[in-house]
Ligand binder design. Structure first.
Ligand code: ADP
Ligand code: MG
Length: 463
């Protein structure tokens, strides 16, 4: 009937507008490389901030002692401690505590947010057992993972540039985040030294390197998306200070803000962006990351309901709620292998209160999920190719056995296997058989936790 034809037309249009043929991906990768150069050349030289992390020593495995980490920047807030045992014994013990951030604190005042964090940390420190050994006379040290764009002036200080991912606390913008945390720790009577302020991508890179010396970059695919990599210090024209002894510097790209005319955008992306907390910003993130994929699918379904009566004469009221369809939901639908797509059926019922969906309807919904996730995964792969190009690692070196490992973390990469597989296959497609043998993308779990503690250890004030 006309209904189906119209719905079908909307789906085909989506497919066409989201298309990412190889040639287009190469253009995206080239644009990424160009913007990387521009962002390294001068402050504000590109939409890619290419932030200097001040991490010039990645962990080697020799690190010893107890170290703490705090992870703020996603859905949950976590505190962690590790006991490191050096080259032989590695991570001897680790303990975590995780809580969700009360939504009102995500949009409240800086003071309230940091008080909440410091109080949670103090409670956690109070439960430290004798398996964790702090050397006499030493202060506990902390790596603080703060996954928002920060302009660092040293390893342990940084000014918040802006919020992303649903956080918006005006009075924290322009403030030194480490100072805010330190003051809050003093208010709750916690004696702890913030040794390093790190982005989760940088933590993931450190975590990956601790396990594997071939790790050269990290990519986060979770609520948001970002990447970090190891750059030669003398290839950073905007770098003002002395070159570090290691001659290396980890760069936090903030690639979520990447933008290029080669990125395929749709009307759904445009309206999502316009209605977001940060219009015009984080465009790459808004088409790739977990915070948004489900919402894009919801917007497509809304249009199908409105213009093609896809769900019948009435538009299901729940469908009008922004962000009601989460990325884990679309992943579950996408992964549904049952003949009658019963997972899709139950998601529609439970989330959107659409009680009886036909198989035809369910199939189309899976297709929408596929189109949206595929575009995101393929663009993420193009971004990785951009980094490899910048480092000259996208070709086979003569006689070289050079290996490149990209450490990846985040719930999207870890749990959305269609997304992950598509990303890996696309990277292979872009690199070709021979080169892709020397390049792997590896899950690097908990970079934002252990990674930050490892960086605190490799930059300890007692070294
Ligand atoms: P964060 O990015 O918030 O630090 P994670 O790395 O754990 O935290 O990623 C969580 C995000 O990953 C969620 O917001 C969601 O978008 C995505 N995610 C989690 N589980 C799944 C899943 N099963 N399928 C797809 N995406 C998922
Ligand atoms: Mg995280």
């Amino acid at each position: 009937s006309g209904r189906w034809a119209k719905a079908e037309a909307i789906l085909r249009e989506l497919e066409e507008k989201c298309g990412t043929p190889t040639g287009k991906l190469r253009q995206v990768a080239d644009a990424m490389t160009v913007e990387m150069h521009a962002g390294l050349a001068s402050e504000g030289g590109s939409k890619l901030k290419m932030l200097i992390s001040y991490v010039d020593n990645l962990p080697t495995g020799d690190e010893e002692g107890v170290f703490y980490a705090l992870d703020l920047g996603g859905t949950n807030f976590r505190a962690l401690r590790v006991q490191l045992g050096g080259e032989e014994r590695r991570v001897i013990k680790r303990e975590y505590e995780e809580r969700s951030i009360p939504p009102h604190l995500m949009v409240g005042s800086s003071h309230e947010l940091f008080d909440f964090i410091a109080a949670a940390l103090a409670k956690f420190v109070a439960t430290e057992s004798e398996d964790f050994v702090l050397q006499p006379g030493r202060q506990r040290e902390l790596g603080f993972t703060f996954s928002f764009p920060v302009r660092q002036i040293s390893l342990a200080s940084g000014i918040l540039i802006k919020w992303t991912k649903g956080f918006l606390i005006e009075d924290a913008i322009g403030q030194d985040i480490v100072k805010e945390l330190t003051k809050a720790m003093e208010r709750v009577g916690l004696d702890m030294h913030v040794t390093a302020l790190v982005n989760d991508t940088v933590g993931t890179l450190a975590r990956g390197r601790y396990n594997n010396p071939d790790v050269i970059a990290a990519v986060i695919l979770g609520t948001g998306t970002n990447a970090a990599y190891v750059e030669r210090a003398n290839a950073i024209p905007k770098w003002q200070g002395l070159l570090p002894k290691s001659e290396e510097m980890v760069i936090n790209m903030e690639w979520g803000n990447f933008q290029s005319s080669h990125i395929p955008l749709t009307e759904y992306d445009q309206s999502l962006d316009a209605e977001s907390l940060n219009p015009g910003e984080q465009i790459f993130e808004k088409i790739i990351s977990g915070m948004y994929l489900g919402e894009i699918v919801r917007r497509v379904l809304c249009r199908m309901a409105e213009e093609a009566s896809f769900f019948g004469d009435d538009i299901p009221p729940k469908l009008r709620n922004p962000f009601i369809l989460r990325t884990p939901d679309i992943a579950a639908m996408h992964h549904d292998t049952s003949a009658d797509l019963k997972v899709v059926g139950s998601k529609l019922k439970d989330i959107l209160e659409i009680p009886n969906s036909s198989l035809k309807m369910r199939k189309m919904i899976v297709e929408i999920c596929d189109v949206v996730a595929t575009r995101g995964a393929r663009l993420a792969a193009a971004g990785i190719l951009g980094i490899l190009k910048k480092l000259g690692r996208d070709t086979v070196k003569e006689g070289g056995k050079q290996r490149s490992v990209i450490a990846s973390d985040g719930g999207l990469f870890e749990h959305y296997s269609e997304f992950r597989n598509c990303l890996m296959n696309t990277l292979k497609e872009l690199l070709g058989e021979e080169v892709s043998e020397s390049i792997t993308v590896e899950l690097s779990n908990d970079g934002s936790g252990i990674g930050a503690a490892l960086i605190a250890a490799s930059h300890s004030q007692y070294l």
